[in-house]
Design a protein around this ligand. Structure first.
Ligand code: FE
Ligand code: CA
Length: 516
């Protein structure tokens, strides 16, 4: 078959084929014959997912991969296009199908499909499934957002990040799958690119150097049943951090302290971004080249505006050789950017135009100052103080209502607030920051107690826990935002219990967390 661009119109033959198979399936119910390829092995080994919900639509995702760990990254699929039928229903038994259609899984996109299902009703649950090559997928749940002009009473969601496969089992995802959530916001490090193995599982390959390698790595991670269960629960809103590409990369710069990649870095980045797209339920066209705009905003009625940021693709290289250490001569360079000029302008425009009760920055690295003695982490916003101060000044000057910064990255849970004076760390609170610990990634054990003692002693930090793995459960109403720091009992055993370690409440109009 030809390597046709997915955005190109269908040929007459392809159109007729899809139209006929769609009609046949619509009449036939669950038993469907899409014609063409029939696979002996079940192709839905990576599960299904939904994402980027709007009031009238949601993205449905799957990838056909009967052999997800095939070393060539092709998932065991033949080099041909495959029609994939999809259905959305009011009920789990698919008696009331409301939308259905067919998409084409293309080998150039690892047989992934992204269906942006429109025409849905706002603020309600749907069920969805796929059928392809003689097989039926698991059934996932998706939920549309309330209309932008609606005044919803409540939003429930989780923030999660950092799921190093070898470091731990995804017991936290098993716990997420039991929660009552409208969506999950994933804040980066969905995969880790290194070859490092951990106490419980193997990465099964070395550091990733190619598109095939990234596809194989996503195949490994997405084979996990607990991760799949968390995707089945509700839509996800996904952004990335560094490990979806390479540790501590910055814009077009590979980590200066690491062995250079085999590919020129921007070619590696292009491969990584393509594989990320192929495996996430995002409303994007297939990437071309090494750039991919993923920053976007979503409105949960007038309750919350989510500004989903990308603090990796456009940032300047880290200062002071990007090692945890004291400030070096020349620091800080006021020209260093974290978001890039275009994203920063977009952020300010989006916040200035917001009528939302809560204005959320869903992003990657710790925003508040967290000096450890005279040591700095130059990969965090602490390494970009001029860029951070511009956001700070904007939030203050424009009197943005209830700003809340949601963060991942550091494999530690945290709650605190942004002081008016970000240098002296004094003055009233301007915003709250809530940091989710890793799903499975761990904090360096030798540093954990020291970091806890020093960071928790900072005046604007209420809570810092590097010991637990888990996620943050958010319950957002019109008068208050409640954050429950959920911690699992273990990630070194396949099953665990989950408990709330601590809870904070942010009151409307008082941008600092209070103990709940
Ligand atoms: Fe991480
Ligand atoms: Ca660097």
């Amino acid at each position: 078959m030809s390597r046709r661009d997915l955005r190109a119109p269908l040929s007459r033959r392809e159109f007729l084929h899809l139209a006929m198979t769609t009609a046949a399936v619509a009449g036939a119910g669950a038993a469907c014959d899409l014609g063409g390829l029939v696979l002996a092995d079940w192709p839905f080994t990576l599960g299904v997912a939904s994402g980027d919900p709007l009031a009238d639509r949601v993205v449905l995702w799957t990838r056909l991969a009967p052999d997800p760990l095939a070393p060539d990254g092709a998932g065991g699929m033949p080099d041909q296009t495959v029609p994939v039928f999809w259905e959305v229903a009011h009920d789990e038994a698919f008696r009331q199908v409301v939308r259905s259609g067919a998409a084409i899984a293309h080998p150039s996109l690892a047989h992934s499909v992204h269906v942006d299902v429109n025409g849905l009703a706002p603020d309600r649950w749907y069920f969805y499934r796929f059928q392809a090559a003689g097989h039926v997928s698991p059934v996932g749940r998706a939920r549309t957002f309330p209309r932008a002009d609606a005044a919803p009473a409540l939003a429930r969601f989780a923030t999660a990040s950092c799921q190093h496969y070898a470091s731990g089992y995804y017991t936290a995802h098993a716990a997420i799958a039991q929660e009552d959530l409208d969506f999950v916001a994933f804040l980066g490090d969905y995969i880790y690119e290194s070859g490092a193995n951990g106490p419980v599982r193997s990465h099964m390959s070395g550091r990733i150097e190619s598109l095939a390698g990234y596809r194989h790595r996503y195949g490994l991670y997405k084979s996990d049943a607990n991760l799949q269960a968390a995707h089945l629960l509700c839509p996800w809103i996904v952004t990335w951090d560094d490990h979806e590409v390479a540790n501590n990369y910055a814009g077009d710069s590979f980590d200066v302290n690491a062995t250079p990649p085999l590919l020129p870095f921007l070619e590696l980045r292009a491969a990584a971004y393509q594989a990320w797209y192929e495996h996430q339920p995002v409303r994007l066209l297939p990437p071309k080249g090494s750039n991919l705009r993923i920053y976007r905003s979503l409105d949960y009625g007038d309750l919350a505006r989510l500004m989903v940021l990308d603090s990796r693709q456009y940032r300047s290289d880290q200062e002071c050789n990007d090692v945890l250490g004291p400030e070096c001569p020349g620091f800080p360079d006021p020209d260093k950017t974290m978001l890039g000029a275009a994203q920063e302008a977009w952020l300010f425009d989006g916040l200035a135009a917001s009528a939302a009760r809560w204005n959320v920055l869903a992003q990657q690295v710790v925003f508040a100052p967290t000096p450890i003695g005279d040591l700095r982490n130059f990969d965090q916003w602490d390494g970009y103080p001029a860029a951070r101060q511009r956001i700070h000044d904007f939030l203050q000057g424009a009197a943005i209502r209830n700003p809340v910064v949601l963060t991942g990255d550091i494999h530690a849970a945290g709650a605190g607030w942004l002081p008016t004076d970000m240098v002296q760390l004094t003055g009233p609170a301007l915003a709250t920051e809530l940091v989710a610990t890793g799903i499975s990634s761990t904090f360096p054990a030798a540093l954990a107690q020291l970091a806890k003692d020093i960071i928790e002693a900072l005046p604007h930090v209420d809570f810092f826990d590097p010991f637990g793995r888990g996620y943050v459960r958010h319950e957002v109403s019109r008068d208050e935002w409640r954050a429950d720091f959920r911690v699992v009992s273990t990630v070194t055993e396949p099953t665990a219990t989950v408990a709330t370690a601590t809870s904070f409440v942010i009151e409307d109009g008082n941008p600092a967390p209070q103990p709940a």
